[in-house]
Design a protein. Structure first.
Length: 431
């Protein structure tokens, strides 16, 4: 069966609707292709899938070229696709819309990233085919508007497989070597296949990253490419790009002439105003000799008033100094010191007398206390023949016979020495 099917149908065109679309980690695409009456398993390997201009998804109707294959382990047959495109819509158009939406989501079309064009560029670089009608139209309009403006043509292919790489290289080269003020991407009109170089993602990202303003002048007025949306400005045609980027020399000269005339009138009016102001000031100016005489008289007046003020100040200071001197002499510390010395001597004598009295009183009190302590000293009583009896081992003083037990050891303190005895008999006061 495998040999018969694969040999009988090496390649076939088949169309249907995609369902159960899956891409495992291997990168191969597995899905089911169906119509209202039947279905068949399908696969597209990673190498072929990477070349697709659109992303397959469930519900999408496609038409593709593939070969029938039998998968022997499961005994099933399937279609191995080599090429796919959306049914009813060209693959290039779908790829254009997908890329446009993705780049828009990333912000590459946002106005905040657009660079302004210089009012008077010193040089314009045109990236285009050197043999096409686009460059001739651009040069014709540019020379009419500004005959001696430098124009630089960067030759590239604008169609074919090599075109995107050459356009990317040209833009990067201009950004690297400079100096140029404006880059114009120019090409005549054509089908979407003819303009596909300007729908390339790498071209779009290179335009976005350019530090030099870029004008996209690709196709006719109704043609739109990805480059138009990413560029800093879109021109409907190459001729319109020249009108936009190249200022009119005549208009600039006329504007310069009008500005020059206005400047002369302004300066003339300002000079006349200054002259009137100068005349008015000159009438109010005083001759320097008269001004000098006035200043001399004012200086003499100031000198007299200054001397008078100094004399008054010195007199006032002298009077104040004499007054303070008299006050100081009246309250001189010398008088106070002499008086205080006498008081110190008197207080010193009184202090010595008082201290001696206190010492004598203290000695008398100490002698009395010694006599009282001797009288109350228990050891002195023991010297007269008395003793103190204490229990052992706690050394409690025995005041009653009831505190001692028979055969208990007692300690007797005498006037000289001590005895340790044993109780042999106990008699209470009641016995």
């Amino acid at each position: 069966m495998k040999r018969i099917l694969e040999d009988k149908f090496p390649f076939i065109w088949i169309s249907g609707e995609i369902s159960n679309f899956k891409i495992p980690s291997s990168g191969h695409c597995y899905f089911t292709l169906k119509d209202p009456h039947s279905q068949i398993s399908a696969v597209m390997f990673r190498g072929q899938a990477s070349a697709l201009k659109f992303r397959p998804e469930d519900g999408l109707s496609i038409i593709g070229l593939g070969r029938i294959s039998v998968y022997e382990p499961r005994g099933s047959y399937q279609i191995i696709f080599e090429y796919l495109e959306p049914k009813g819509v060209g693959g290039l158009q779908v790829a254009f819309e997908k890329l446009k939406q993705r780049l828009s989501d990333e912000g590459l079309f946002d106005a905040k990233h657009k660079l302004p064009l210089p009012a008077l560029p010193k040089k314009i670089s045109i990236v285009t085919s050197p043999t096409g009608a686009a460059i001739r139209d651009f040069i014709k309009v540019a020379q009419r508007r500004f005959p001696n403006l430098p124009l630089e043509i960067v030759p590239v292919n604008v169609q074919g497989d090599r075109a995107p790489g050459e356009i990317v290289h040209a833009i990067r080269w201009l950004n690297k070597i400079g100096p140029t003020d404006v880059i114009v991407l120019a090409r005549g009109g054509g089908s979407i296949e003819d303009l596909c170089a300007f729908n390339d993602e790498q071209v779009a990202r290179t335009i976005f990253s350019s530090s030099i303003p870029i004008i996209s002048a690709v196709g006719h007025e109704t043609d739109f490419t990805i480059a138009d949306f990413v560029a800093d400005l879109r021109a409907p045609t190459p001729s319109a790009a020249a009108e936009i980027s190249v200022p009119s020399k005549n208009e600039l000269q006329n504007g310069l002439f009008k500005t020059n005339q206005l400047l002369y009138k302004t300066i003339d009016s300002y000079l006349k105003l200054l002259n009137k102001y100068l005349i008015g000031i000159s009438h109010r100016i005083i001759h320097p000799r008269q001004k000098l005489q006035d200043m001399r008289m004012r200086l003499d007046d100031y000198s007299i008033r200054l001397l008078s003020s100094i004399n008054r100040a010195l007199t006032h200071r002298s009077e104040g100094l004499a007054f303070h001197h008299n006050m100081l002499m009246h309250v001189s510390p010398a008088k106070t010191v002499a008086s205080m010395q006498e008081q110190v001597i008197s207080l010193q004598d009184a202090s010595i007398t008082h201290i001696n009295h206190l010492v004598r009183e203290g000695q008398t009190t100490i002698s009395k206390n010694i006599s009282m302590l001797d009288a109350l000293n228990p050891m002195a009583i023991l010297q007269r023949g008395y003793s103190i009896t204490r229990t052992l081992p706690d050394r409690s003083v025995v005041r009653s016979a009831n505190q001692a037990a028979i055969d208990q050891h007692l300690e007797i303190l005498l006037g000289r020495g001590q005895l340790t005895v044993t109780v042999a008999e106990r008699k209470n006061e009641t016995d």
